[in-house]
Write a protein that binds this ligand. Structure first.
Ligand code: PLP
Length: 370
């Protein structure tokens, strides 16, 4: 089996999705499953759709096209504002897109008219995280302008917090979003269908029992894949945190001193060695590196400690574990390490399904298919 590889348990992912869909349904909130971290893998996407999510969302048109090519027909939203250079592809493959610029919406309108299609638009509102969004005071005016554009359907509004500046979603900003939906509908009639409150950072707020107002959708990636909310990275009750693991192969195992010797300057990444003397250590190298993973996002098995990583080598203190060359070591992995591993052509993916509790697919080829 290919090494290094991500072992992905689709049964656990589906369980997480089903559980979140059921819990959020109590507050009238649907779940858009965000597929960017899995690069639009059609098999996982199909499993997610079977778990009751209302649709799929991805930030990259390439991933959306991959899912379309694989025959996925359900609703897919492009959740990043489209590039002007990709407008035709967006109109062709995405049912709707998230937008913040009238120029882009006008280009979507022309492209949709030419393709004889309708394209949905969710307008993103800036609520303080200072990533994307139209300023709240400009929302009603912007909706008015886009209502005149042919082949564009105004679907609703959305917000994205806790991404760039770590601003927490809560009572205050979610109420602002609800009130904006009311202002739009007061001016133009009941046209605001979707009010998408945010991402996995909204989980605490959404499940707290607080009044969720007009928020009727969340876009979830991390919460489904990793079973954690994204504000404090706490596990969500009843969800799996270990649906994804990284398996890598040992290529060196030796007893070495714990302190480097010679004249110390910067390492390959501009860092200065800070290790302290712990005497002779059982050091192992596994064949995976910063090109494939974020070393701070890996948790090794008990008794192991990660000492450092270069582009292609991850070095561990094996403690009292007996390790031989050729052994496989399995790591727990977080979202950021997973993202990098998924986009590394050197890391394979093996999907396990609940049905057979075994490995049903081996993808040894490059993970990144443009
Ligand atoms: C990535 C992304 C999400 C999903 O974020 P998670 O924290 O993984 O749930 C939601 N909305 C937008 C706009 C995104 O870019």
């Amino acid at each position: 089996m290919t090494l290094p590889r991500l072992a992905i348990d689709l049964g656990k992912i589906e369980h997480n999705a089903r559980t979140l869909v059921a819990r959020l349904a109590r507050s009238g909130i649907t779940v858009t499953s965000v597929t960017k971290a899995i690069l639009g893998d059609p098999e996982i996407a199909a499993g997610l759709l079977g778990s009751g999510v209302s649709g799929l969302g991805d930030s990259r048109i390439e991933n959306i096209e991959k899912m379309r090519r694989a025959g996925i027909k359900s609703e897919i939203a492009l959740i990043r504002t489209p590039m002007l250079s990709q407008i035709d592809r967006v109109v062709r493959h995405a049912d709707m897109s998230f937008n913040t610029e009238l120029d882009v919406i006008a280009a979507l309108s022309s492209a949709a008219k030419k393709a004889n299609k309708m394209h949905g638009v969710v307008l993103m509102v800036e609520l303080g995280d200072l990533r994307e969004g139209v300023m709240p005071d400009d929302i009603v005016k912007t909706v008015g302008a886009m209502l005149c554009l042919p082949n564009i359907v105004f679907k609703g509004i959305g917000a994205n917090l806790a991404c760039l500046s770590g601003i927490s979603p809560g009572e205050a900003n979610m109420t602002t979003l609800s009130e904006l939906a009311d202002s739009i509908d007061a001016k133009f009639g009941p046209i605001t269908d979707i009010v998408s409150g945010g991402n996995s950072a909204n989980i605490e707020w959404a499940l707290s029992g607080a009044d969720t107002g007009r928020i009727n959708n969340l876009r979830l990636g991390e919460a489904i894949l990793f079973g954690r909310e994204a504000l404090h990275r706490q596990p969500i009750d009843g969800l799996h945190q270990d649906a994804m693991e990284l398996v890598a192969e040992v290529i060196e195992a030796k007893i070495k001193p714990s302190l480097p010797w010679g004249v110390i300057a910067q390492n390959a990444f501009g860092e200065i060695n800070q290790s302290s003397d712990r005497g002779p250590t059982s050091r192992v190298i596994v064949a995976v590196g910063r090109q494939d993973i974020d070393p701070t996002g890996l948790r090794p098995p008990p008794g192991f400690e990660i000492l450092g990583a270069s582009s292609d080598h991850l070095v561990l203190d094996a403690g009292s574990n007996h390790v031989c060359v050729g052994d496989e070591i399995t790591f727990q992995i977080n979202y950021s390490a997973f993202l990098r591993a998924m986009t590394s052509p050197f890391v394979g993916q093996v999907l396990a399904t609940q049905a057979n509790h075994g490995y049903s697919r081996q993808q040894t080829s490059a993970a990144f298919v443009p």
